[in-house]
Design a protein around this ligand. Structure first.
Ligand SMILES: [Fe+2]
Ligand SMILES: [Fe+2]
Length: 179
């Protein structure tokens, strides 16, 4: 498998989560309420899987390696767009968390903000994934030899190996803070 193969496998799971989020959105519209625990689970997926684990490999390994390559103007522009889109995703998720906290504390007006942020995520994310799958990954692959590509894939596995430990260390630390 090429390095981008792993990133594309992860895109498929992110798309499945986006489908679930669409169902949550439909429920918000029909029932005019949401279970904040569902939003927590969606946020955990976005932050730990889509952002830390997936964007982490893109930014800390693939984009890092590409910064040493003579990228065309177009490829460099697209890479910068992708980085900005990751930032936008983080900001939207933060706003979603804030709205969910308000909703949980009894602020009914926060429901519209939750729906708005979820809608932004389900509309923006598929375009980001398509840009990577169809445009950026194929063109960026041309800058790497097969050996370099396989070295990145090996680094991806090493990156992933640490994630479960990082995740549950943060869970314990969060609970310790609440004591
Ligand atoms: Fe990305
Ligand atoms: Fe991606």
């Amino acid at each position: 498998m090429q390095a981008r193969g792993q990133l594309m496998i992860e895109h498929r799971l992110i798309e499945r989560m986006l489908s679930v989020i669409k169902d949550i959105l439909a429920n918000i519209e029909s029932k005019n309420n949401v279970d904040p625990a569902f939003v927590d689970i969606a946020v955990d997926f976005i932050r730990v899987y889509a952002d830390r684990t997936h964007h982490g490999k893109e930014e800390d390994i693939l984009f890092r390696e590409l910064k040493n390559k003579p990228l065309s103007t177009d490829d460099r522009r697209v890479m910068n767009e992708l980085i900005e889109e990751h930032v936008f995703g983080r900001q939207t998720t933060k706003a979603l968390v804030d709205a969910n906290t308000r909703y949980r504390n009894g602020d009914e007006t926060a429901l519209a903000d939750i729906a708005d942020k979820l809608l932004i995520l389900v509309q923006f994310y598929p375009k980001h994934i398509e840009k990577e799958d169809k445009v950026f990954f194929p063109s960026s692959r041309t800058y790497f030899t097969d050996e370099e590509d396989q070295a990145m894939l090996a680094e991806f596995w090493e990156f992933d190996r640490k994630m479960i430990h990082e995740k549950y260390k943060s869970v314990v630390e969060e609970l310790e803070r609440r004591q």
